[in-house]
Design a protein around this ligand. Structure first.
Ligand code: DHB
Length: 388
């Protein structure tokens, strides 16, 4: 019995030594595993985030605090079971120091338990449902939340003569967040939401919902769909002639996504949205970002997802600098709390209480600038919290 115990303790010590040695050997390389939809309906999200992350590395080098950063990209095709499986593989086989990406809310939620169990920081670079960060103490967000991006649109509407609104959102986390935030803010300012319509997330057919909205004759129709669906939604809005019947079309900037906006046609000119990023954001940081991004990506225009990736890598680099290269996951999350920097989107920070993103939200109008459609910002609501 005694001998067995000694053997057992030697075994444990031996194991500790072995893992200690392998950790020391592996110390020179810090792996960052991004799980993204690179194919499927949300592929533009993956493409934009990868390009943003790679641009950060091209501009800031691949060595931080003496460690070599290695980026690993995994395609979850937009399927939550795949995101979870890939997160587990990245943690167990690749021994990543950071997880990141997560193109849709359900994909992020599926990874939370893996991050918690492995004590590996997971940087949310896309998903926008407010409750996600609270579901794991290892989540940190550099994207946005829907309540954050929606409330300014409701405030603008109430202040600009809109009395009645119908909302139409995708029927899942961020859509429900957006619907709720719009109604709360708009009705608190004296407006009335006549009806809250929800379209399915997958293969949405908007026609019946748009007809319903038209029949209700609101002053405005508020829209939210995730990145990648804006063009087909706005095509159907055009076909139903809602604007012609006097209904103002408003939404979050997910609908007038820079990835697709320029192909949506001049019918969008004048549309008002609120959002955390526009490629037309007027700052020296953004001008440099857009120029470098276009050059590195065959003239693809950066959208709000791209800055989620760019700033996600910024948070990772800054955390490693703070820990002086220590890759202990708990220390890295601590290091990310309270980080603040100037992004291409404007000033941003990681709220130390929630690990969620605090940033400016802008009200914008679609305008033609040098022959191309852009979301031109005209009002700023400063330092809006992502969640409470
Ligand atoms: C989410 C995805 C998007 O593409 C978007 O624009 C907003 C939110 C999400 O699933 O959380």
């Amino acid at each position: 019995m005694f001998r067995r115990q000694i053997l057992k303790s030697i075994g444990v010590a031996g194991l500790a030594l072995a893992t200690g040695v392998s950790a020391a050997c592996a110390q020179e390389v810090v792996k960052v595993g991004l799980i993204l939809p690179m194919t499927g309906p949300s592929a533009s999200t993956g493409r934009q985030i990868e390009a943003g992350a790679r641009l950060w590395m091209a501009q800031n080098g691949s060595t931080v605090a003496g460690k070599k950063i290695e980026l690993i990209i995994k395609d979850d095709t937009g399927a939550a079971d795949q995101s979870k499986r890939l997160a587990t593989e990245l943690v167990v086989n690749d021994k990543v120091a950071f997880l990141g990406g997560f193109g849709l809310t359900p994909l992020a939620l599926s990874v939370g338990p893996v991050a918690t169990q492995a004590k590996v920081p997971a940087v949310i670079m896309a998903a926008g449902t407010s409750t996600i960060v609270a579901s794991s103490p290892y989540f940190v967000r550099t994207s946005f939340t829907l309540p954050q991006n929606t409330a300014p649109m409701a405030q603008w509407s109430a202040a600009n003569g809109i009395k009645t609104v119908v909302t139409l959102v995708s029927d899942y986390g961020p859509g429900l967040d957006s619907e709720k935030a719009f109604k709360a803010e708009f009705e608190a300012k004296g407006g009335k939401v006549l009806e809250s319509l929800r379209a399915p997330l997958m293969n949405p057919e908007f026609a019946a919902f748009l007809q319903k909205a038209k029949d209700l004759k609101p002053d405005a129709l508020f829209l939210f769909v995730p990145s990648g669906q804006g063009a087909s939604l706005m095509k159907q809005v055009g076909e139903r002639e809602l604007a012609k019947s006097g209904i103002k079309i408003i939404g979050t900037g997910d609908v007038t996504d820079d990835d697709q906006l320029n192909g949506m046609g001049d019918a969008l000119i004048g549309m008002i949205t609120s959002h955390n990023y526009s490629a037309a954001h007027d700052s020296p940081e953004n001008k440099a970002y857009v120029a470098a991004f276009l050059k590195a990506n065959n003239n693809m225009r950066p959208n709000f997802m791209s800055v989620g990736g760019f700033d996600g890598m910024a948070a990772i680099y800054k955390a490693l600098e703070k820990t002086k290269g220590d890759t202990d996951g708990t220390k890295l999350v601590e290091a990310m709390k309270g980080l603040a920097w100037v992004s291409p989107r404007g000033p941003m920070s990681i709220d130390p209480a929630t690990r969620d993103v605090t940033q400016n939200v802008y009200v914008r109008e679609v305008k033609k600038v040098d022959g191309q459609l852009y979301n031109v910002e005209f009002a700023t609501i400063a330092n809006v919290k992502g969640s409470n």
